[in-house]
Design a protein around this ligand. Structure first.
Ligand SMILES: Cc1cc2nc3c(=O)[nH]c(=O)nc-3n(C[C@H](O)[C@H](O)[C@H](O)COP(=O)(O)OP(=O)(O)OC[C@H]3O[C@@H](n4cnc5c(N)ncnc54)[C@H](O)[C@@H]3O)c2cc1C
Length: 310
């Protein structure tokens, strides 16, 4: 019997592009690439942070999600995939026993307590040096002042992001935060393509089930999607990508493939070596159209695929 060492490619699966992760970014990549891509997802379901859970017969999203996009093609993609319902955005904050319209920083004057109103107003007037903030926590203080930040912004954002705000960057988060009253929205994103939702925004949600239904529906259009395949290593020397699913790990041949990771900052991906393309970035709910990393845009992936055809 010949050893597998003398036939290194015998048990390996070949693919033009290997996409790690079936969150919105990975699914977007796969849809853009068509049947030349293999998607490997560590969980037993798709959607990443946009997935929904069923608990005691009720549907829960992993954090409140709604769908909106400035890109007609992305809207068509989602609305063709499943039935969506739309409505004008109508959001409120529950604060110290009263309802205040969201975003709080634009409606704190509705607070019943005069001291709280005053603290917000004074802080806001003293604020304004936010462009050089070192992190998101500092950004909130600098942009909105102490009153608004302590009363609402800090506790709300800690809960929303589930993270220490001093460890979050301002570049891609601050662009999601509405400006104070009377201040024009200024998009902080480097690519200048994102701004917070306006008061008039119309948002959409699946007519049935949770937000995750969008990604379940899109996943049906992906040619080769493999669940329970956590990528554990990529070895450039042997051109081998390994996954584990608790059974025999399959090996993927990366000698002529592009490898793109949906979110390599997550702990699981931190262990990866040799990831070629870097992250798809954070605007991936636009299902692929807004990747902003240096070398992993859908166009680049597609052109590389063409380039590598024999
Ligand atoms: C509280 C909250 C509210 C939000 N609200 C909205 C909203 O209303 N609208 C909106 O558009 N966006 C919203 N977002 C942002 C949205 O959830 C993210 O932008 C989106 O999920 C990012 O998609 P992604 O594919 O890049 O990453 P993820 O969603 O994190 O997906 C990554 C996928 O990769 C898989 N994976 C990781 N490592 C490996 C590995 N080694 N091998 C195989 N698979 C792996 C993971 O299991 C996961 O499925 C919200 C986020 C939060 C936290």
């Amino acid at each position: 019997m010949r050893s597998t060492k003398s036939r290194p490619n015998a048990s390996r699966i070949r693919a033009d592009t290997i996409v790690i992760g079936a969150g919105p970014a990975g699914l977007g990549a796969a849809l853009a690439l068509g049947d030349s891509a293999v998607v490997l997802e560590s969980q037993d379901t798709v959607g990443g942070l946009c997935r929904s859970l069923m608990l005691d017969g009720a549907v829960f999203d992993l954090g409140g999600h709604s769908f909106t996009t400035p890109h007609p093609a992305i809207r068509r993609l989602v609305f063709d995939a499943l039935e969506m319902e739309e409505q004008k955005r109508d959001a409120w904050c529950w604060l110290n026993g009263e309802w205040v319209r969201y975003p709080f920083q634009q409606h704190f004057s509705e607070l019943a307590d005069p001291d709280s109103r005053h603290a917000c107003q004074i802080g806001l007037e003293a604020a304004g040096r936010w462009r050089d903030a070192a992190n998101f926590d500092e950004y909130l203080d600098h942009r909105f002042g102490r009153g608004i930040t302590e009363l609402f912004m800090r506790p709300y954002n800690r809960k929303l992001w589930g993270a220490d705000l001093t460890r979050l960057d301002t570049d891609w988060i601050a662009e999601r935060v509405a400006a104070p009253p009377g201040v024009a929205e200024s998009c902080m994103s480097k690519n200048g393509r994102r701004s917070p939702l306006s008061k008039e925004a119309v948002i959409a949600y699946p007519a049935k089930g949770g937000f995750g239904e969008i990604f379940q529906a899109l996943a049906k259009r992906v040619a080769d999607l493999r669940l329970r395949q956590c990528v554990i290593s990529i070895d450039p020397k042997t051109s081998t990508l390994r996954t584990t699913n608790g059974e025999t790990p399959p090996h993927f041949d990366t000698s002529s493939a592009r490898v793109a990771a949906a979110d390599p900052k997550r702990p699981c991906c931190n262990k990866l070596r040799g990831v070629y393309a870097g992250s798809f970035a954070h605007h991936s709910c636009d299902v692929g159209s807004k990747w902003k990393t240096r070398d992993a845009s859908p166009t680049n992936l597609l052109s590389r695929r063409e380039h590598h055809r024999p």
